[in-house]
Write a protein that binds this ligand. Sequence first.
Ligand code: WT7
Length: 576
Amino acid sequence: MTEQAKEQELIPVLTTNNNLQDYEEAYKNFKWEDVEKEFSWSKTGKVNIAYEAVDRHVDEGRGDKIALLFNDATRDESYTFAQMKALSNKFGNVLRSLGISKGDRVFIFMPRSPELYSSYVGAVKIGAIVGPLFEAFMEGAVKDRLQDSEAVAIVTTPQLKSRIPVAELPALKHVIVVGAEGELGERELSYEKLMESASDELQIQWVDREDGMQLHYTSGSTGKPKGVLHVHNAMIQHLQTGKWVLDLKPDDIYWCTADPGWVTGTVYGMWSPWLNGVTSVVRGGRFLPENWYKTIEKYKVTVWYSAPTSFRMLMAAGDELMKQFDLSSLRHILSVGEPLNAEVVRWGMKVYGKRIHDNWWMTETGGQLISNYPCMPMKPGSMGKPFPGIYATIVDNQGNELPPYQMGNLAIRAPWPSIMRQIWNNPAKYEEYFRLQPWYISGDSAYKDEDGYFWFQGRVDDVINTAGERVGPFEVESKLVEHPAVAEAGVIGKPDPVRGEIIKAFISLREGYQPSDELIKEIQEFVKKGLAAHAAPREIEFRDKLPKTRSGKIMRRVLKSWELGLPTGDLSTLED
Ligand code: WT7
């Protein structure tokens, strides 16, 4: 492998005035403590990430600067930091008037809109912990998350509110509806009415650096989704990675394409650019290659952060389409969420004349940990090198570090500023990540080359990554077996050229049911309606029997081997 690696292509550094000039030097000398000086709380001792991201710019004379450029099919608006401060203050007062205070969980369940962002910031200002929910979630997914976190309030829209099963959520006192028309139901309140009478001056809730700030639910291979808690202290990482990975400068127009229902959309769609005082673009609506290029042209986007599936879809849309737009404003392009194929990087060089910088992190890590930096030569296909202040390595199953080119568990020396502080209600799950001290075990497998670049190999567990979205097979299987025709179900990720993986379900049917195309469609709809469209299996295969361990656990590893036509390996635990 070494020989092959030595021949690897290297894309040289293409830009000069990068914020980070010398990676190796920074890696040697950087200390997280140095970043703390940049925050007002180093003087006052009072902390709130929402103050540092929004209000501080007003206090320091940057209030007229645009914070948010929003556009979708029906709206085209911009908000300055001063306007964002006022709107979030109002919303903070609204929540207080409803008796909500520090530590309470407030959820936001709506499509991308300016109100999503101002409500988010307002809730954080009063010390609440915000749980964002992706708009595609259906009733079952919404219920699990609100129940587990015992949310007291949720902000939503008339279209989505019917998916909130209030009768089964005793802790949920208020459903705040943005754009409500007509009669309101039980526990429902009109956002506009509440905002109308709220003051735009707010006494911020100062908190401890270790106090909870946001709660992102994510999937594992077993059990229901896990609530990953992040604290205000994460701002240290959000600020510094924004400087060195996103390479943000004051005049940048920055566009992160991720939805705030996922951690990339909050950390790098909101906190990181705003902590750096940079204008953030948000485009609502579905992915359409044309609209995306239009967005770059319209706003003269300079820094663009997206995901491999999107780049692959843009690639599929053809280079001709791209040539119809003026994309010359682009300076820096980044990608995250799934493996970025070397082929896509080469395509990016050809059509944009730019490197697409891959970087690696997870919901649990709260910020980027491994990255390609503009000042560093790039090896296409590699995730790059650890951020200064981060020690990343590869370990075996006992926690021993492995030499270059040996594949093993991707591990990080804990802690770092943005690391999760809890799995909500589940200390045992939390401890699992730290079972091999001093390491945080990511669940990814990778290797490191002799130059210290990291190469992603796959997940160690059965977690599926479809179009950059993490889906737990257990959650899908549980929904599948709720369908009357389904006796048993096993779910795996099947390799796919565009989406990375698609969800495939193996199903055994109950007595009296016959396989058919109609049944496949019906089962797919059932998951779509009950869980979320992206969680529904694109492929379903019926089998009389599924491979199981003697303890009755479905062996997804065997299903995967069937799918890939590979040997099934050790079957000693297989039921006869
Ligand atoms: C999982 C985390 C990164 C925040 C958004 C996704 C996979 C992430 C890469 C990359 C290959 C990647 C990993 C990781 N992943 N970045 N650059 N190359 N795989 O966060 O939903 O928590 O998913 O996404 O498997 O564990 P997430």
